[in-house]
Design a protein around this ligand. Structure first.
Ligand code: SF4
Length: 182
């Protein structure tokens, strides 16, 4: 097995935009492949961890019990966890549902919404479907997070500079231009 540092990524309650931004590092992805081994990640569709990872990149907040399980698994397998983007940092757009009781959200989505056709009047509750949480949680409310990258999504340059710093054992001290959004 390669002795390169391993990086894992996951997308929880997000839109995959942060992963798209990571792919936007363009030709630097060749350098990234030289520097690291990608472990569990939607990038390579590897479903399980194969070894301990140096970095875990988390996209999205926690909206259901599967997200919680994934986040605990990343904390267990990764030395450093990074909340990537606003959904991971704050819960992001999905937290719009936090001001409404979960039962009302489900009734609106499956029973009362103007485009709903549901003659059986059933709200899906199969055991295979992840159980929705009472609200959407930012990742740091579930596990310890070591670093945060702001943005929706963080730019490719922000992600690249963060990876280079952390892989080089340096502190994450990004220039203001890479972490300001106005
Ligand atoms: S932070 Fe923005 S780009 Fe990233 S998952 Fe959330 S909505 Fe998508």
């Amino acid at each position: 097995m390669s002795d390169k540092p391993r990086v894992a990524t996951t997308s929880m309650c997000g839109c995959f935009g942060c992963h798209m931004s990571l792919l936007d590092i363009d030709e630097r992805i060749l350098k990234l492949v030289e520097l690291v081994e990608i472990d569990k990640s939607p990038i390579n569709d590897k479903k399980q961890f194969t070894d301990r990872c140096l970095l875990g990149l988390i996209e999205g907040g926690c909206a259901n019990d599967e997200n919680i399980h994934v986040l605990h698994s990343f904390r267990q397998h990764c030395d450093l966890l990074i909340s990537v983007g606003e959904c991971a940092r704050t819960g992001g757009v999905p937290t719009l549902r936090n001001s409404v009781p979960l039962s009302e959200c489900l009734e609106e989505a499956y029973l009362r919404g103007p485009t709903v056709y549901n003659p059986m009047q059933l709200i899906p509750n199969d055991a295979e479907i992840p159980l929705m949480l009472d609200r959407v949680y930012p990742c740091h409310e579930v596990v310890k997070i070591d670093y945060y990258l702001p943005g929706c999504p963080p730019s490719a340059d922000t992600l690249w500079e963060a990876l280079v710093a952390l892989l080089g054992g340096k502190p994450l001290d990004l220039p203001y231009g890479l972490i300001k959004y106005d």
